[in-house]
Structure formats: structure tokens, C-alpha cells
Write a protein that binds this ligand. Structure first.
Ligand SMILES: [Zn+2]
Ligand SMILES: [Zn+2]
Length: 258
């Protein structure tokens, strides 16, 4: 087999509909319908074939969604939406569940030792692959870690993960709103625009960020938020391929529809 991403003539490039920012019931702000079987069913209905589970500061629901998708063609990427100490949301994507759980241990260590108050923030349900209730995650997840944005990005890279700045067009919890700029040398793979922004609109508003690749994701907190908006041409559903697609290298590419 050719070394991954090297032998361009032998790589078979195919198009994938992707949505790499989806919350489940363990996110206190997500709807109760965001359980594994319904997320998988909705994704298949929409023609998505690659999704990422990115709950706030936890990866506890990734495996259940992967199990729910096991008999479909849908691939579920392990991920997390981490909140930095500057209240910036960073999407952290990994190829393997083991990497995501290793990252989760680091994130848990950098969360305050406080319990979730479900009456204030919402319940954080952990369910199995069929959607049956297992327990509640009692950590306070909807809060900042003690890690800076730079630390999160560099540590995710060190672990072989792929960091993206989440919903950069939004007025809260975003790199551009909270820091006001993209720090020099920040090793992000790209910037995510929310479903309220178009590529054209973002490019017009931020001409100085023209060098940054953009990806469109749903940030779904309910099933009707999910979107088959981004199409990626890649030689397989791996984060290394996603990074090539973001950069438009080796024949890979990515198109974000409005
Ligand atoms: Zn967010
Ligand atoms: Zn989110």
C-alpha cells in the first residue's frame, strides 16, 4: 500500500458529506433527542458519511455513537469542543477513541472541581448506543478549562489530533470575538464558520484571514440543526486527509455550501 497521502496517482479520491461538530445529550445545552440512534439515523437521512461528536469538555459519548453507527456506512470521528481559559471554543478531533479519551483525562484535570448544577445549566446524560440512560456526568462541563487557547492547540497537535477554531463568526466563545485575532503561529488546521455565516460573507468581513482554510459545520444541539453542508474530496476519512482537504493539497479539497 502507498504511504498515506504520498502517492497521489494511486490514491482514490472520493467525495464525502461531513458535519464535524455535533453535540449529544451529555452536553447540558443539547436537546434530549441527541441520543446515538437518532443522531445516526438523521446523519444517514441527510446523506452524511462522516460526523464528529464534539461535546463540551468531554468525549464520554463518542463510543456509544460509534457503536450506534457500526452497521451503517457512517463514520464517527472522536472529538471534543474544549473551552480555553479565554472562553474560546476549540474543536479537537482525533482518529482514535483512545486518543480522545487520553485527551479527555487532560481536560478533566484542567476543569474546576465543581459539580454541574443541572437546574442551571441542564442535565448531562450519559446513555448507551441504543439511547438507554446509564448515568449523569456530574462534572461541571459548561465552563472554561485552565488551559490557554495556545496550550490546547499545541497539545492536541502533539497527540496527533486536529484543532479547529469553532464558530469563529459568533459573538461569544469564539477566537475572533474573545481574542480578536488569530495569534501568530497558532497551529490550527482551519477556522469553522457557523450555520449563520457563508464563506463569501466571512471572506468579505475578514480579508486579513484569507490564508486560513474554512470549514462549515452545524454545531448541532438538536437533530434539525445537522447539515450536510461541507463536502470533502479525500482518500479516506482520516484527519490527515481532512487537513490535506482543508489546505487543498494533493488533489484533496473542501467545499462549504451556504
Ligand atoms: Zn461552541
Ligand atoms: Zn458546539
Amino acid at each position: 500500500m502507498a504511504e498515506e497521502g504520498r502517492d497521489i496517482d494511486r490514491d482514490v479520491l472520493t467525495s464525502h458529506r461531513i458535519d464535524l461538530h455535533i453535540h449529544t445529550v451529555v452536553s447540558p445545552c443539547a436537546e434530549i433527542e441527541m441520543i446515538p440512534p437518532l443522531i445516526v439515523e438523521r446523519a444517514v437521512e441527510l446523506g452524511l458519511d462522516w460526523i464528529a461528536i464534539t461535546d463540551h469538555n468531554t468525549a464520554e459519548m463518542v463510543e456509544a455513537v460509534q457503536r450506534a453507527a457500526a452497521t451503517t456506512g457512517l463514520k464517527v470521528l472522536p472529538g471534543m469542543e474544549v473551552q480555553s481559559r479565554e472562553e474560546v471554543h476549540i474543536l479537537c478531533l482525533f482518529d482514535s477513541l483512545a486518543q480522545a479519551l487520553q485527551w479527555q483525562a487532560i481536560v478533566y484535570d484542567s476543569l474546576p472541581a465543581e459539580k454541574n448544577r443541572s437546574e442551571v445549566f441542564g442535565a448531562q446524560y450519559v446513555v448507551n448506543h441504543t439511547g438507554d440512560y446509564l448515568r449523569e456526568n456530574d462534572r461541571l462541563l459548561l465552563t472554561s478549562t485552565t488551559m490557554s487557547t495556545e496550550t490546547i492547540v499545541s497539545r492536541v497537535r502533539e497527540m496527533g489530533g486536529l484543532p479547529l477554531a469553532a464558530h469563529v463568526d459568533r459573538p461569544t466563545f469564539s477566537l475572533l470575538a474573545n481574542l480578536g485575532f488569530v495569534p501568530e503561529g497558532l497551529a490550527l488546521a482551519g477556522l469553522e464558520i457557523s450555520r449563520w455565516q457563508t464563506v463569501e460573507g466571512f471572506r468579505k468581513e475578514h480579508p486579513h484571514l484569507a490564508q486560513w482554510p474554512l470549514i462549515g459545520s452545524s454545531d448541532a444541539h438538536q437533530l434539525s440543526d445537522m447539515r450536510p453542508r461541507t463536502q470533502a474530496k479525500m482518500a479516506g476519512r482520516k484527519i490527515g486527509e481532512l487537513e490535506l482537504a482543508l489546505r487543498g493539497e494533493l488533489g484533496r479539497g473542501l467545499v462549504v455550501e451556504d
